[in-house]
Design a protein around this ligand. Structure first.
Ligand code: UT7
Length: 355
């Protein structure tokens, strides 16, 4: 039976380091609050006119392609996961194709909108295409340029201090080696709480979901203000165009769903927590990762975290952490690697990979 293996991996983060103290200049926050609640010390922000979600994804992809020992022309499918695309449409997959200089139009480019679990959703999709024999070199990218769309005010501080920019990429190939590759992926969703962590403008909802669900986003919008277009002046003038999050609500569900979905994958693969050599949790909050580690009774060298340096890079967080852990020799051939994520949607998932 064919399996998918990670043949090459790469990551890219912008040079521009933004510390917690830097953020105190534009909002009421403190290094102490941010570190205590999230573990984050600094994050990277891309530079306008130089970096975008798709260019950072391209930089990571180039490394992954080189490490896979293939040429860009060998790529037969692109999957791009992001919540901060360069354009509302078209998606970032085709922009990455153009940036990479892939002129082959026989290939497809798919964009994934699953926020924090985007990379795991993408991995699961790639895995199915490889297993059926449809594609042989799938480029899977997770990238975010959050800094262009955050609210740099005290009102937006609970969201803004968390997020950072960056990108990670892998090349997936088929293998017939039974002791290597993706063993299983698990995907979940629950739309009940879609607005608990969301960016709702620009959008075409026109107020529908708020009316139906009785949701008060605390905006006090009138029908006129919903507008008949994706975004209007009222929304811009009143800072309604940024992500919103009920942090504690998300936190409580995350610490429940991470262990659940990890155990589910292990059960399917006939493995146990003790078999995990490396857990790469989505880097949402160091406190969440530590909670998960304690729940599963994993040792420090069984979990890799780098949120301290990069903040939460959403779809990019898992491939960046996976790449760093591998580069540092913390993941070796034959190791059992577990990936897990939870985030906006809500969507969550896990993957088990025999490296
Ligand atoms: O990756 C996507 C999934 N996202 C997550 O998993 C995030 C999950 N949630 C969290 O990580 C945490 O809820 C946060 C880090 C976002 C927030 O931490 P918290 O301990 O839940 O804080 P809170 O939202 O309950 O706010 C506590 C207080 C509030 O002040 P009052 O009302 O007690 O006076 C906030 O206004 O902290 C205040 N606060 C801040 N203070 C300084 C919120 N953000 C900040 C800030 N700096 N950046």
């Amino acid at each position: 039976m064919l399996r998918s293996k990670i043949a090459g991996i790469g990551h890219y983060v912008p040079e521009n380091v933004v510390t917690n103290d830097d953020l105190t200049k534009v909002m009421e926050t403190s290094d102490e609050w941010i570190q205590e609640r999230t573990g984050i010390q600094e994050r990277r922000y891309g530079t306008k006119h130089k970096e975008t979600t798709s260019t950072m994804g391209t930089a990571a992809a180039k490394i992954a392609i080189e490490r896979a020992g293939i040429q860009k022309e060998d790529i037969d499918f692109i999957i791009f996961a992001t919540l901060s695309p360069d354009y509302y449409f078209p998606g970032s997959g085709v922009l990455l194709q153009r940036e990479l200089g892939i002129t082959n139009t026989e290939i497809g480019a798919l964009d994934i909108r699953n926020q924090c679990s985007g990379f795991i959703y993408g991995l699961s999709i790639a895995d199915q295409f490889i297993k059926t024999g449809m594609y042989k070199n799938i480029l899977l990218v997770g990238a975010e340029m959050h800094s262009m769309g955050l609210e740099f005010t005290t009102k937006g501080r609970n969201v803004t201090v968390i997020f950072g920019d960056g990108a990670g990429a892998v090349v997936l190939q088929p293998t017939e080696n039974e002791n290597q590759g993706v063993l299983t992926t698990k995907l979940h969703s629950d739309g009940t709480y879609a607005e608990k962590l969301a960016m709702i403008t620009p959008g075409s909802h026109g107020g529908y979901h708020f009316d139906k669900m009785g949701i008060d986003m605390d905006f006090g919008w009138t029908d006129e203000q919903y507008g008949e277009i994706f975004m209007n002046h009222h929304q811009i003038d009143n800072n309604m165009i940024y992500p919103v999050m009920e942090g504690q609500f998300v936190f409580k569900l995350a610490v429940k769903k991470f262990p659940e979905v990890i155990m589910e994958a292990l059960q399917t693969a006939g493995l146990e927590v003790g078999d995990i050599d490396m857990l790469i949790p989505h880097q949402a909050n160091l406190r969440i990762a530590q909670f998960v580690q304690r729940t599963l009774k994993l040792s420090d060298d069984q979990v890799y975290n780098n949120i301290q340096k990069y903040g939460n890079t959403t779809a990019a967080s898992i491939p960046i952490a996976l790449c760093e852990a591998w580069e540092q020799g913390k993941i070796k051939e034959g190791d059992l690697v577990c990936l897990a994520a939870f985030g906006s949607g809500f969507t969550w998932g896990s993957a088990l990979i025999r490296w």
